[in-house]
Design a protein around this ligand. Structure first.
Ligand code: FAD
Length: 388
């Protein structure tokens, strides 16, 4: 057999269908043409490239794996491949798509009334309505089940009070999916931008996910119509099932970031001369590249099997935790080693490495920290809860 390409050493492409390859290549081209040329500037300026939202909508990337109401209804594997290609550009873009599709549209699709679905989903799929997902609070991150934002019923409204922190898309969202404690447990609310008592502020001075909007949401006697309550879910199952959708996409997405770092380091190592030889000819550099490509192949296979399990309706959340934990960890390690191989050049925005490395620090922490996924898997295999 002939030597496989260094970029697909394990011939994983041969495990993908024509349609899957088409989706992958279409999003890859979009990222090459529309994202890569300008993303470093956005990162430096701390701005989200909002002008790309209609283009991502046009490609069917918003609510891509949801059925009906203007959504593309693609398979989980296609959705995963799209996340992978977007994150090969920047984790901020993939975060936008994860939040819009998995954290904002998914709960409406899964737990909303017929009226809510018709009112929100088509506009969200077109990118005209942006959504966000408010679960985390200043005092409750990993321990989200103890959230304190309150929702008190008063006739035909709920009165919300509290603060949500670290909310992606918060200040650009037209609608916030907010998880608050009502009399009957944690409930989800669709809070519209102009609702009196609802304000947002943007978090600045981030050194990670700079090309993504992160915000604080405030609710001060914010009166939300009962019609905006998500009727079909109660308790932490609501937010947790959304997180499972988003974590699924992350397990794929970070492989894109890792691939960009690996390919950049490989190309650089073959061109950069020191001691009159390409640095790729040194054993220590080769070893780093070999670890990177090995971990990338393993992570891609984990993601693909995760997708096949999801598409066949056999997916268990512990499998998502395993892939999210492993793939983010290894992507971060790959970014750090790539930074090393690029030497001083590795610290600049001229190359994508440091940008990805810094982004991946957020991805390591959000959607269940690395530690939390360790505890989820630990509990699943031992039967012992080590959380509290
Ligand atoms: P903490 O929970 O305080 O954790 C701090 C440290 O303690 C971590 O290392 C953690 O692993 C460890 N730890 C906590 N509990 C345990 C335990 N039982 N055992 C061992 N170790 C433990 N949230 C949203 O709701 N919506 C969003 O859109 C959103 N977007 C985000 C975007 C960005 C850029 C970032 C950085 C965060 C975002 N988040 C969002 C919040 C994110 O989900 C939280 O940061 C995450 O859940 C961790 O919470 P925390 O930061 O409060 O850390």
């Amino acid at each position: 057999a002939k030597m496989p390409a260094a970029t697909d050493l394990y011939q994983i492409d041969s495990l993908l269908s024509e349609e899957e390859l088409l989706v992958r290549d279409t999003v890859r081209r979009f990222v090459a043409e529309r994202v890569k040329p300008q993303i470093a500037e956005h990162f430096e300026a701390g701005t989200f490239p909002q002008e790309l939202v209609p283009e991502m909508a046009e490609l069917g990337l918003l609510g891509m794996h949801l059925e009906g109401y203007g959504c593309a209804g693609m398979s989980a594997v296609c959705y995963g491949l799209a996340c992978q290609e977007l994150e090969a550009g920047d984790s901020g873009l993939r975060s936008f798509v994860s939040v819009q599709g998995s954290l904002a549209m998914y709960p409406i699709s899964a737990f909303g009334s017929e009226e809510q679905k018709q009112r929100w989903l088509p506009g969200m799929a077109r990118g005209e309505i942006i959504g966000c997902f408010g679960l985390t609070e200043p005092d409750y991150g990993s321990d989200a089940a103890h959230l304190t934002t309150s929702a008190r019923r008063d006739g035909d409204v709920y009165i919300l009070n509290g603060t949500k922190l670290w909310i992606t898309n918060g200040s650009i969202a037209h609608v916030a999916i907010v998880w608050a404690r009502a009399e009957d447990g944690v409930r989800g609310f669709l809070v519209e931008r102009d609702t009196p008592g609802f304000t947002t502020s943007t978090i600045s001075h981030k050194l990670s996910l700079r090309a993504s909007v992160t915000s604080e949401l405030h609710f001060a006697d914010c009166r939300v119509p009962v019609a905006n309550l998500l009727p079909n879910v109660r308790g932490m199952r609501g937010p947790l099932s959304c997180l499972n959708e988003a974590r699924y996409g992350i397990a794929w997405g970070v492989n894109g970031a890792a691939r960009t770092c690996y390919e950049t380091a490989l190309t650089y190592a073959r061109e950069r001369l020191q001691f009159q030889r390409p640095i790729a000819s040194f054993q220590l550099v080769q070893q780093k590249l070999v670890v990177m490509v090995t971990e990338l192949v393993k992570a891609e296979l984990l993601a693909l099997q995760l997708g096949r399990l999801k598409d066949s309706g056999r997916l268990h959340p512990v499998q998502i935790s395993l892939a999210k934990r492993n793939n983010v960890r290894e992507a971060l390690q790959t970014a750090r080693e790539a930074r090393n191989i690029l030497g001083a050049n590795g610290i600049t925005l001229e190359y994508p490495i440091s940008r990805h490395m810094n982004n991946l620090e957020s991805v390591f922490t959000y959607e269940g920290t690395d530690d939390i996924h360790t505890l989820i898997i630990g509990q699943a295999i031992t039967g012992e809860n080590a959380f509290a």
